[in-house]
Design a protein around this ligand. Structure first.
Ligand SMILES: [Zn+2]
Ligand SMILES: [Zn+2]
Length: 115
C-alpha cells in the first residue's frame, strides 16, 4: 500500500512539474514601481503599496472643474490693455475704439509712419 502511494506521488509530481513548465510565470513591473508575478497580480493589487499608489494617483489627477459663476463674471469683466494705453472690457472694444484717446493714438501712429 505504501509503495503504491509512493508510485502515485511520483507519477503526479511529473504532471505537476510539466504544468509548471507550460506556464512560466512572468515578472511584471507595476506602475507603482513594484514587481510582481503575473499569476499573483491580484495579490499584488491588494498590497498596501499598490493601493496607496493608486490612491495618490487619483488624488493628484486634476479633475476638470466647472467654472464657477464668479469666475465667469470675472472673465466677462476681464480688461484688455489697448495699444493706446487704455484698458477696456472686451465687450466695450468697439466703444473704446471710438474714444478720443484711441482715435488720437491711431492718428499719431499714422503720422509716425508718414514721417
Ligand atoms: Zn502595483
Ligand atoms: Zn485704444
Amino acid at each position: 500500500m505504501k509503495a503504491y502511494k509512493q508510485q502515485w506521488y511520483e507519477n503526479n509530481r511529473g504532471i505537476i512539474l510539466d504544468k509548471a513548465k507550460e506556464e512560466p510565470d512572468v515578472k511584471e513591473i507595476c506602475v507603482c514601481g513594484s514587481t510582481y508575478w503575473m499569476k499573483r497580480k491580484y495579490i499584488h493589487e491588494q498590497t498596501v503599496k499598490h493601493c496607496k499608489y493608486i490612491q495618490a494617483l487619483q488624488n493628484t489627477t486634476p479633475k476638470p472643474q466647472p467654472m464657477t459663476k464668479d469666475e465667469r463674471n470675472e472673465k466677462r469683466k476681464e480688461k484688455h490693455i489697448c495699444l493706446c494705453g487704455s484698458t477696456y472690457r472686451k465687450r466695450d472694444k468697439a466703444k473704446h475704439e471710438r474714444t478720443q484717446k484711441h482715435q488720437h493714438y491711431l492718428k499719431q501712429q499714422v503720422a509716425n509712419k508718414e514721417e
